[in-house]
Design a protein around this ligand. Structure first.
Ligand SMILES: *Cc1c(COP(=O)(O)O)cnc(C)c1O
Ligand code: SF4
Length: 348
């Protein structure tokens, strides 16, 4: 999810292969995701003329869309805001100054393999490079997933670092998408963190509950339910139409289990860059028991320049949102500036 790390060029991994006999239903759905642009275009009844570009851009960053997400798109509409987030386009080949492979320069914050300690009191662990969906605007689309996909053994160095610094009160599991890992591995990790007395909060950054609500099953709740820690789940939805009934039910299960729910979005041209869409998203989140947290300005990653909304417009949209919603439903408009001690609010 929204996290920061190192650059490089590599094809991201597939989600963890699971033993088919023992795979959970969500693992089967995740493994069956659409990766062929031709299938995506055919299933949505889109103009086949979109195919050559989609094939070309999928070479830069693979297409990946689970069926259940495709089912929320409007057939025949090339501008559908959900489709826009996943459809590879020729625009991804544009070389735009300032759009780079590693837009947030996190190398300096890496204190152990996969562990970023940037901000006071909290650390972020990159648990995997795999995701259920590939978002074209992802600032980690060039992440060296092959190298930074910490194996079980590598978490030990991160755990030792956390144990050795008693100012760390919160551990953020991120990725990729941490919830693309199995519950066996995640509950093992949570258990190990639970042995460290100064860790009070476990936070998970995941797009899975939105993309693949089947992920929220009893095995997940068993380790994510607050017990030894307070637990916070930060989901990632960009548009109200992503939050259909199964997603609402999944989020309600999490809320009933006592997990605190927040949302972060990315401001994306052609997806959610108008006040009505952003207000709808906040209203829908609120009705679902999720508090809007951040609205991120796009990180300038190479291949995503066509999603950019300039700062003046971003501020105008945010102002429009403030004029329309109660303050607690207005997400903070922020951007990541390397070297700062927190995410930076945009100001005009
Ligand atoms: C975004 C981020 C966090 C979390 O920041 P909050 O403002 O607490 O949500 C923590 N560590 C790193 C490295 C991050 O990029
Ligand atoms: S879910 Fe999307 S935005 Fe989050 S890490 Fe995966 S590809 Fe990137």
């Amino acid at each position: 999810m929204i996290t920061r790390t190192l650059p490089a060029r590599q094809v991201p991994p597939q989600p963890e292969p699971s033993n088919p006999g023992r795979a959970r239903p969500w693992q089967r759905l995740q493994a069956a995701a659409i990766t062929d642009p031709e299938v995506l275009i055919r299933r949505l009844g889109l103009d086949p003329a979109l195919l050559p570009a989609a094939r070309r851009a999928a070479e830069l960053f693979r297409l990946r869309v689970p069926d259940g997400y495709l089912a929320r798109m409007r057939p025949g509409d090339p501008n559908d805001p959900l489709l826009r987030q996943v459809l590879p386009l020729d625009a991804e080949y544009r070389d735009v100054p300032g759009f780079v492979e590693d837009p947030v320069g996190d190398g300096a914050a890496m204190v152990a393999p996969g562990l970023l300690h940037k901000y006071r009191g909290r650390v972020l662990l990159v648990t995997t490079g795999a995701c259920a969906v590939h978002c074209r605007y992802c600032f980690r689309r060039h992440f060296p997933y092959g190298e930074a996909n910490p194996a079980r053994g590598e978490w030990q160095a991160a755990l030792d670092y956390i144990a050795g610094d008693d100012s760390i009160h919160e551990v953020i599991l991120s990725g990729g998408d941490p919830l693309s890992l199995s519950d066996e591995r995640l509950s093992g990790l949570a258990g190990a963190l639970g042995e460290i007395p100064h860790v009070r909060r476990l936070r998970v950054h995941s797009r899975q509950p939105v993309i693949l609500p089947e992920r929220v099953d009893e095995d997940l709740l068993a380790w994510l339910r607050p017990g030894r820690f307070q637990t916070v789940l930060v989901i990632h939805a960009n548009h109200a139409r992503e939050i259909h009934w199964p997603v609402r039910e999944a989020l309600a299960r999490l809320a009933r289990a006592g997990v605190s729910l927040l949302n972060q979005s990315v401001l994306l041209r052609g997806v959610n860059d108008d006040v009505d869409t952003l207000a709808d998203l906040s209203e829908t989140l609120s009705a679902t028991g999720v508090m809007p947290y951040y609205l991120h300005q796009l990180d300038p990653v190479r291949g995503a320049s066509h999603f950019q909304v300039d700062d003046d417009r971003a501020l105008r949209l945010h102002h429009g949102l403030r004029a329309r919603l109660p303050g607690y439903l207005v997400p903070r408009l922020v951007r990541e500036i390397p070297g700062q001690d927190a995410k930076s609010p945009l100001s005009g």
